[in-house]
Write a protein that binds this ligand. Sequence first.
Ligand code: ATP
Ligand code: MG
Length: 247
Amino acid sequence: MIALLEAKELTKSFGGIRAAKGVTFQVCEGETIGIIGPNGAGKTTLFNLLTNEIKPDSGSVKLAGEYIDQLSIHERVKAGMARTYQVPRPFSEMSVRNNIRVSMMPDDLWKMIRHSGDMHAEQVIAESVGFHSSQLDHMPSELAMGDLRKLELARTLATNPKLLLLDEVFAGLTISEIDQISELLVRRKKSHATTYMIVSHDLKSLAPLVNRVIVIHQGEILTQGTFDEVVSDPQVQDAYLGAEVRR
Ligand SMILES: Nc1ncnc2c1ncn2[C@@H]1O[C@H](COP(=O)(O)OP(=O)(O)OP(=O)(O)O)[C@@H](O)[C@H]1O
Ligand SMILES: [Mg+2]
């Protein structure tokens, strides 16, 4: 399998805190990778480094074999890398429909305009994440957390990503919403060969989705392996327990 993403020695400190330290890993095309680790381990920082929301102190990132270190956030989205945020960030002054519409790549917008007789693309995307058509004109302030997460996901799908980075995509969702989103991710993986990295504290929901899990602890990769391998690893249990005790 081809490496879609290669991170090499990514390092970032915030003052005295090492949020990423020599993080090196590869993700193959079509894989679903779980990213787990206790609170403050550096999971979101890793996504911020991959998308260029934060510049690394050192290290590099390749997407589909090309170095992307010089690409801006937007250029990385265009290159096929999209992410959701742990705290949803919709455009608060825009409806659900327009939030999705403005996230579409210009090419897709043109396609949408040309095919205006069909159901609008943003409606197809909204319904695929579980929005009812009556919700398309709702404003973000009217949405519960579950729907805000769906909107977050819909906005990334509108960019037609090859690699989707999902930060706590299940947090605040009901079991049926989690099932709905999980089914969507699996369906999309089959239809678009989408590759996922999913940060989640909800290990039960993560388990059936992932091919491999990377465990982050204190900014470093503690271990990686299959879901069963990592959750039964005493080092991983200690890392979680240590974090629980400290809190
Ligand atoms: N912009 C920032 N400025 C200063 N410190 C930061 C910044 N971003 C993250 N940190 C610190 O870096 C460490 C890693 O944070 P990060 O948000 O990546 O953890 P996380 O694994 O996503 O945690 P959680 O599970 O709680 O979301 C933490 O100690 C955090 O306080
Ligand atoms: Mg986080």
